[in-house]
Design a protein around this ligand. Structure first.
Ligand code: ATP
Length: 140
């Protein structure tokens, strides 16, 4: 089995979509192994988004992601890394296919595509690294 790190971003929390995202994960057949709600600080976000440091959207992204509560989840299931990214849909909610979380529940809220409801790890290496960042010291 495989595990992935899912975040419901502050826009998802504010819009009351946390339960809907978790429902879709469970309905797909994946398991919620760990779950917590927290407002992340800059340091944690800098680690999480290290690959984007220096990009034009980096500072606004950290600002946005620290603006309110986020739900972090460790999700388990066979091929759940690729599977959750399919559930999430394309990064840009305007372009994301209907049937996906971003396609069904998101739209352009400006600026850019930062308010896209969820994050999911993009590889097994990313998943283990990110689970350490969000759940380090708690059985990560
Ligand atoms: P995630 O990693 O959050 O699942 P992703 O892999 O689809 O998203 P990345 O390219 O890794 O997208 O970008 C990480 C996040 O940074 C995006 O989810 C989005 O919130 C934000 N982002 C990416 N590109 C832009 C942009 N051009 N303008 C504003 N925000 C952006």
């Amino acid at each position: 089995t495989e595990r992935t790190l899912v975040l419901v971003k502050p826009d998802g929390f504010e819009r009351g979509l946390t339960g809907e995202v978790l429902r879709r994960i469970e309905a797909k057949g994946y398991t919620l192994a760990q779950l917590q709600i927290l407002t992340p600080d800059r340091e944690r976000l800098a680690q999480h988004y290290a690959e984007h440091e220096g990009k034009p959207f980096y500072e606004p992204l950290l600002e946005f992601m620290s603006s309110g509560p986020v739900t972090a989840a460790v999700v388990e299931g066979d091929r759940c890394i690729e599977g959750f990214r399919s559930l999430a849909g394309a990064t840009d909610p305007t372009k994301a296919a209907p049937g996906t979380i971003r396609g069904d529940l998101g739209r352009d809220w400006g600026p850019g595509v930062q308010k896209n409801i969820v994050h999911g790890s993009d590889s097994a290496e990313s998943a283990e690294r990110e689970i350490g960042i969000w759940f380090g010291g708690q059985g990560a």
